[in-house]
Design a protein around this ligand. Structure first.
Ligand code: NAP
Length: 274
């Protein structure tokens, strides 16, 4: 296998659905090739088959060696069923990276008894276009070299933000894991507000969608400018934007509403992992 951008030399990916495939595409884009990559996926999509063939990855191999890293991307409810068949993959003190929502390090350790170096990660859907952000927590047994490998694997689909306590993964879930849906809903409601202001629906929808996408791109291209400064740049005193912001920034405006929404998501994440 080609040495690729700090990626481990052998990886087994368990589950190549939406998120697993996105990761695999990210690794491939960073130059990972060859038989060191094994993929376990009972229903490989045509896209997955093509990628595996092009890159020389092994899809559902009959036999495999214990890899340097084992990446779990199955549905959380499948963990109990799948764990016995992958337990041997952790024999060589493999780094285990799990993106399973709600499965704690202790849940994973209980089902994979030989595993100790465990990273729990929470990506989000823009990973599919390489523009995600993943919150990650490393258990104490993860070595600095393994943390680097985990960072490289996760950074292939976007940015990585490490948190120092596992409990914070629930907050990450509530902010960035679920966050894309909040933004999509914002576009829906801005569209409806546009219709209320007299626009044809299709026009309002295009205005809302492109405004959010464009503002997002502006944010991305201005890493040293705070969102508040970007907002102030387009807000003239006494102008139209200021009039709208007065409502959005009121005591009962968007701030407290979003705080309640994020708290609800965090509570639910806590319940699901409890
Ligand atoms: N999508 C997101 O935004 C997101 C964000 C953060 C975390 N996650 C986490 O990522 C994980 C995967 O989510 P997803 O959206 O990618 O789900 P998904 O598309 O359903 O992918 C899961 C894949 O695992 C496969 N699988 C089933 N049984 C298996 C087995 N025995 N061995 C190996 N693979 C098996 C499934 O195949 P079948 O189709 O045949 O069942 C499916 O292709 C979940 O734990 C989720 O919590 C997802």
């Amino acid at each position: 296998m080609a040495e690729a951008a700090g990626l481990p030399s052998s990886v087994t990916l368990v589950g190549a659905g939406k998120m697993g495939l996105a990761l695999l595409q990210g690794w491939a884009a960073r130059g990972l090739t060859g038989e060191g990559v094994a993929i376990l996926e009972p229903n490989p999509s045509p896209e997955l088959k093509t990628l595996a063939e092009e890159r020389g990855f092994r899809l559902n191999p009959q036999q495999r060696d214990a890899p340097e890293a084992l990446v779990l991307a199955i549905k959380p409810q499948l963990l109990d069923i799948v764990a016995p068949s992958i337990a041997a993959d952790t024999a060589r003190n493999a780094l285990v990276i799990s993106i399973l929502a709600g499965k704690r390090v202790e849940d994973l350790a209980a089902r994979l008894p030989q595993a100790s170096a465990i990273v729990r990660a929470m990506p989000n859907t823009p990973a599919a276009i390489g523009r995600g952000i993943t919150g990650a927590f490393a258990s104490p047994a993860v070595s600095p070299a393994q943390r680097k490998s985990a960072h490289a694997l996760l950074a292939s689909v976007g940015e990585v933000e490490w948190v120092e306590s596992e409990a914070l993964i629930d907050a990450v879930t509530a902010v960035s894991g679920s966050g894309p849906a909040y933004v999509f809903y914002f576009v829906e409601t801005l569209t409806r507000a546009g219709v209320d202001a007299g626009l044809p629906e299709a026009t309002a929808a295009r205005l809302a969608r492109t405004t959010v996408a464009g503002a997002g791109e502006l944010l991305r291209r201005s890493p040293d400018v705070s969102p508040a400064a970007l907002r102030e740049n387009v807000t003239s005193p006494g102008g139209t934007t200021a009039a709208a912001l007065q409502t959005l920034m009121a005591e009962d405006g968007l701030g407290p509403l979003l705080k309640r929404a994020v708290r609800a998501a965090k509570r639910r994440a806590e319940e699901l992992s409890g």
